[in-house]
Every structure is written in structure tokens, then in C-alpha cells.
Design a protein around this ligand. Structure first.
Ligand SMILES: *[C@@H]1O[C@H](CO)[C@@H](O)[C@H](O)[C@H]1NC(C)=O
Ligand SMILES: *[C@@H]1O[C@H](CO)[C@@H](O)[C@H](O)[C@H]1NC(C)=O
Ligand SMILES: *[C@@H]1O[C@H](CO)[C@@H](O)[C@H](O)[C@H]1NC(C)=O
Ligand SMILES: *[C@@H]1O[C@H](CO)[C@@H](O)[C@H](O)[C@H]1NC(C)=O
Ligand SMILES: *[C@@H]1O[C@H](CO)[C@@H](O)[C@H](O)[C@H]1NC(C)=O
Ligand SMILES: *[C@@H]1O[C@H](CO)[C@@H](O)[C@H](O)[C@H]1NC(C)=O
Ligand SMILES: *[C@@H]1O[C@H](CO)[C@@H](O)[C@H](O)[C@H]1NC(C)=O
Length: 520
């Protein structure tokens, strides 16, 4: 009896959906997974997955659930999974097999390749137990048709009149037809409830007629983020509205980040500032856009840009500006496949190792998660602004955080960037990526040099890190009265309150042999 009573609260917790709204999603950080490629079942041959073969490799909802530690350890607070509904199961097509899940045949069934209804519920429950959200990819505008005369009886919508006339690859459902709208609305409501789904990613959102999404997402009762492929800002912005969607994937900024950071490339940082300027007036709510560098349709960042620092700097932009950061599985392992199908590599050959990219992702998530709930000036709702631009980079500021980004790449360079901040002279600041301290100079300048290579800097007043656990910041903040630089990378500086900060600081610097090494 006693153990039964103890179980009750946790069962209640497990079964409740978060039914998360756009506002709930704003502070999240998303890891995107192609279920077939994330993890193998016990005993499977790890050498047998060739992306070029375009066929199933064996990942399931259960193997994803068994490996959630990997995702959570990097600090992600949500997982977006590839579509869950039944796919075309006929003979192999010229585009291979439906391993990715996007070739929907019957919306009303689950895809048995990836598991049972119980498995999908167990995945959802396990994510919720960890305080994480589940986002599911949905495809509603078309169904897969292997020939000119599909067998409509195999689809959720069985009457030919509910489809648009034939178009090359798939059969377009007529999403302006009231029967289709009502059918999809009750379908999505049922699916979201049954599997306690917290958000939807909507495939090819722009191919669906106006007015469909408010009804569909209203019925779902959760956040909807749509794929609107293309770099045109006006077109993209038109899809984030009361008559369309909560949000869309941030394709225009992806294009700008490529222009600014890819090596070799245009190295055009104005592309970012121009895009941010346009966003101010054009987008309803840039803080909800889905910021990404890779996905299942695009070449991996590393296939386009050979220098890892280019990805790290662009990634910092995605985490430290407005919008919801999204990382596509394998990006944190430096995967470098070209576009579809080469960008759907199996993750297991990486051995889920910890490396500099996973460490970077973990630091950014840890810091952003901290800011989301613990920033004294509402970091999450503050609007990003550009402080400084330069041909080698730019500095942005959101809330109290100054991010200084460069496109010079890994090799050391005799380049420095002076950034004007609103901070006052002598304020102690910390770069959360290197844990090095900076001191604000006259006229609010922060000056960075790239003599060790083009690492991104994410700089915040040291006092803002108190109790965060970041950079050993359980220690008391050093009282800065000297305007000099301290390096507390190891978090060892512990300054008793009773002593004058300036005196103690210079003593410690002398002991560490750091006096004179004032500017990085
Ligand atoms: C940089 O990008 C902007 C668009 O944002 C464009 O107007 C400008 O011509 C580009 N500069 C170069 C050198 O390509
Ligand atoms: C880009 O992808 C293609 C196909 O996956 C591969 O052959 C090529 O080596 C990749 N390029 C880089 C720079 O990794
Ligand atoms: C990576 O680091 C985490 C701790 O952050 C640890 O739990 C995990 O086992 C490590 N993974 C590998 C493959 O070493
Ligand atoms: C912020 O706090 C809320 C409530 O405690 C929690 O549910 C959420 O996961 C936290 N968000 C982050 C990003 O840590
Ligand atoms: C670095 O560049 C500055 C000018 O920008 C120059 O005065 C200085 O000599 C250079 N230092 C080295 C080590 O090349
Ligand atoms: C002081 O900072 C402003 C930007 O905030 C800049 O325009 C100005 O040139 C700076 N003045 C000096 C003397 O550096
Ligand atoms: C940050 O905020 C969360 C939720 O509001 C709270 O549980 C947590 O203790 C805070 N963390 C720190 C380090 O203050």
C-alpha cells in the first residue's frame, strides 16, 4: 500500500503531456534526430550502414530512448524526431527506401519500422521524466505515390477527390477541402494526446493553402514550427503570423551565416547585420525562429566549410542571438556529408564520443539554460543588437551577454577586434567558453586578439555567473578596482570579502605570474 501511494505522483507526472506553447518553447534547445540513424539495437552489426544505399539501418524509438543520456548530457532540453507515421512499403524506388520517414502512406498508422505505440509512448514518457520536450515531424501536404495510379485505399484519406491533380513525386492532398481540414485536425489532436507530444515540426509548410495551419495547430494545441525553405526574408516572415504558423525554421539567417562564416566563402559579415535589421520590422517574433546550421536536406556545415572554428562561431550566433537553437545529430561529431542522402550518416561510428564540438555544444547549452531561468534582466525576451561590425567579424549583444564572432578561422592571426559595449570602465567580465577574464577599458571597449586563432568569445559580467557553476563561478566574484586582468580559468581565485579587492587581485596575479599579460 505504501509503495503504491508513493508511485502515484510519479505516474501522474509520466502520463501528463506538457502541451507546450510557443512561449514554453522559446527557452528550449533542440536536438534533431533521424530515428533510423541515431542508435543501433544491441547486437546489430555497426559496420552495415551506408548512407548512399538509402535504406534502413536499424534505429528505433527504443534505441533512441536507450541513448537519451548522450543528448541530455550535452544540455539539450528537447528532441525533434523524424516522422512517426506509416510510410510507403512497396518495391524500392529510384530514391531508395523510406528509411527517413518522410514518405507517408497512411497517417492513421504508426511506422512499424520504428516500433510500436507503446515504444513511442515510452520515449515520450522518458523525455518528460527528464524534463525534456518531444517534437515530432509531421507531413501533411502529401502522401507517397509510387505510380500514376496509387491505391487510395491504403491512405488515411481514401477518396481521390480529396487530392490535387498528380504532380511529379507525390500526391498533394487538397488541404483547402473542409473534409481534409477536419480529418487532419482530429488526427493531429488524437496523435498529440496519445503520445503526449509537446511540439510539431511541419514539413514543407509553404505548400499548404492559407488558413489551414491555424486550424491544424489549434487542434494540436502545441507549438508548431514550419519548414519554409528559402532565403527570401519577406516570404519567410509571411509564414509567421496569426493566419499561418507560430514559427518557422530560420532559413534566411542560415544563408547569412553561410555568407559570413563559411571558409572558403564570401566572408561577408554585412549579410548578418542586414538580415538582423530586416528581421526587426519583418518578423512578428524572431525569438521563436528555429536557428540551425544543418538538417536532413542541406549539406553538413563541414562539407561546405572546412574550418571547425567557422562552425563554432556560427553556432555561437545561433545560441546567443534571438531564436531557438537546433543542432542536427552528428553536427556535434563533425560529420561532413554532402546533401541528401550523404547528410544522414549513422551516428554510431562516432562512438558518441566527447570531443571539442560536443564540449562547445554543452557549454553553450549550459549557459543558455542558465540565462533562460536565471538572468536578472530577462535575457530570453531581450532583443539582440549588433554592437560592432568589422570585415573579420562582428559583436552582438543580447541581454547582458556580448558575443564576439570572427570568420578568420583556426590559424593564429595578427588581428584584433575592439568592441564598444555599454559596460563601464574596469568591469570584470568572463568569456564562458575559455573561462578567461576580460576587463572593460575606457569608453566601454572590450578588446580581443586572435593570436591563438579565431575562437568565438561569449562574454558576460563575472558577477552574472555567480552560483551558476560555470567557469568555477561558485567562487566569489573578484572585486575589480585595478582595471587589470585576472585569469581564473581553473576557478581557483577565492577572495575573502574582508580584503580590499585590488590588493588581493594584484597579489594573486603576481603569484600566478600573470601580471603584464593583460590583453588577450
Ligand atoms: C554582402 O551582403 C550584402 C547583403 O546582405 C550585399 O548587399 C553586399 O553586396 C555583400 N557584399 C559583398 C562584398 O558581396
Ligand atoms: C562532402 O560530401 C561528399 C559526399 O558525402 C564527400 O565525398 C566529400 O568528401 C565531402 N567534403 C568534405 C569537405 O568533407
Ligand atoms: C562523455 O561525458 C559524459 C559526462 O559529461 C559521460 O557521462 C560519458 O560517459 C562520456 N562519453 C564517452 C563516450 O566517454
Ligand atoms: C526553467 O525552469 C523551469 C521551471 O523550473 C523548467 O521547467 C525548465 O526546464 C527550465 N529551463 C531551462 C532551459 O533550464
Ligand atoms: C600586427 O599588426 C600591427 C598593425 O595592425 C603591426 O603594427 C604589428 O607589428 C603586427 N605584429 C606582428 C607580430 O606581426
Ligand atoms: C566611444 O564609443 C563610441 C561607440 O559607443 C564610438 O563611436 C566612439 O568612437 C568611441 N570613442 C573613442 C574615443 O574611442
Ligand atoms: C535557475 O533557475 C531555476 C528555475 O527557475 C532554479 O531551479 C535554479 O536553482 C536556478 N539556478 C541557479 C544556479 O540559480
Amino acid at each position: 500500500m505504501r509503495s503504491f501511494l508513493r508511485l502515484l505522483p510519479s505516474l501522474a507526472l509520466l502520463q501528463s503531456a506538457f502541451a507546450a506553447t510557443a512561449e514554453d518553447w522559446r527557452g528550449r534547445s533542440i536536438y534533431q534526430v533521424i530515428v533510423d540513424r541515431f542508435a543501433l539495437p544491441e547486437g546489430a552489426d555497426p559496420t552495415k550502414c551506408d548512407p548512399g544505399a538509402q535504406t534502413w539501418c536499424g534505429g528505433t524509438w527504443n534505441t533512441l530512448r536507450d541513448n537519451l543520456d548522450y543528448i541530455q548530457d550535452m544540455g539539450f532540453t528537447a528532441v525533434w524526431i523524424s516522422p512517426v507515421n506509416q510510410n510507403y512499403e512497396g518495391p524500392r524506388t529510384p530514391y531508395g527506401d523510406a528509411y527517413h520517414g518522410y514518405w507517408i502512406a497512411d497517417h492513421s498508422q504508426l511506422n512499424s519500422r520504428f516500433g510500436t505505440a507503446e515504444d513511442l509512448k515510452a520515449l515520450s514518457d522518458e523525455l518528460h521524466k527528464r524534463g525534456m520536450y518531444l517534437m515530432v515531424d509531421v507531413v501533411v501536404n502529401d502522401v507517397m505515390a509510387p505510380s500514376m495510379k496509387p491505391d487510395y485505399s491504403t491512405y488515411m484519406f481514401k477518396d481521390q477527390s480529396l487530392y490535387h491533380p498528380y504532380c511529379a513525386i507525390s500526391w498533394d492532398l487538397d488541404t483547402e477541402n473542409p473534409t481534409v481540414v477536419a480529418g487532419f485536425s482530429s488526427w493531429v489532436k488524437d496523435m498529440v494526446t496519445t503520445y503526449a507530444i509537446d511540439g510539431l515540426r511541419i514539413d514543407a509548410a509553404k505548400h499548404v493553402g492559407p488558413g489551414f495551419w491555424p486550424q491544424f495547430c489549434g487542434a494540436a494545441g502545441v507549438f508548431c514550427i514550419g519548414e519554409v525553405f528559402g532565403s527570401d526574408i519577406d516570404e519567410a516572415a509571411s509564414y509567421q503570423s496569426d493566419t499561418e504558423l507560430d514559427s518557422i525554421l530560420n532559413y534566411p539567417m542560415y544563408t547569412a551565416l553561410m555568407d559570413a562564416f563559411a571558409i572558403p566563402g564570401e566572408l561577408n559579415t554585412s549579410s548578418i547585420t542586414d538580415t538582423l535589421d530586416a528581421y526587426k520590422t519583418k518578423f512578428k517574433d524572431p525569438g521563436l525562429l528555429g536557428n540551425f546550421l544543418e538538417n536532413q536536406d542541406l549539406p553538413r556545415w563541414a562539407n561546405v566549410s572546412v574550418d571547425p572554428q567557422s562552425m563554432y562561431n556560427a553556432m555561437v550566433f545561433n545560441f546567443m542571438s534571438d531564436g531557438i537553437p537546433i543542432v542536427y545529430y552528428g553536427q556535434e561529431q563533425g560529420f561532413s556529408g554532402n546533401a541528401d542522402p550523404w547528410n544522414r550518416e549513422p551516428l554510431w561510428p562516432s562512438k558518441y564520443a566527447n570531443n571539442s564540438a560536443t564540449a562547445m555544444v554543452a557549454s553553450l547549452n549550459q549557459f543558455r539554460n542558465y540565462l533562460v531561468n536565471n538572468s536578472t534582466n530577462d535575457w530570453l525576451h531581450s532583443k539582440v543588437q549588433v554592437l560592432t561590425t568589422d570585415k573579420h567579424g562582428l559583436a552582438i549583444m543580447k541581454g547582458e551577454v556580448v558575443s564576439i564572432l570572427t570568420n578568420i578561422g583556426s590559424p593564429p592571426a595578427n588581428v584584433s577586434l575592439a568592441v564598444y559595449t555599454p559596460y563601464s570602465n574596469n568591469l570584470a567580465m568572463t568569456d564562458i567558453l575559455s573561462c578567461r577574464q576580460y576587463v572593460v577599458g575606457s569608453n566601454g571597449t572590450l578588446s580581443v586578439e586572435y593570436t591563438l586563432g579565431g575562437q568565438a568569445k561569449v562574454i558576460v559580467p563575472t558577477t552574472s555567473l555567480q552560483n551558476s557553476g560555470i567557469c568555477g563561478a561558485q567562487i566569489q566574484a573578484v572585486q575589480q578596482t585595478t582595471g587589470q586582468l585576472a585569469d581564473n580559468a581553473a576557478g581557483r581565485l577565492s577572495v575573502p570579502h574582508s580584503l580590499a579587492g585590488g590588493l588581493v587581485l594584484s597579489l594573486v596575479l603576481t603569484v600566478l605570474g600573470l601580471v603584464g599579460n593583460l590583453v588577450m
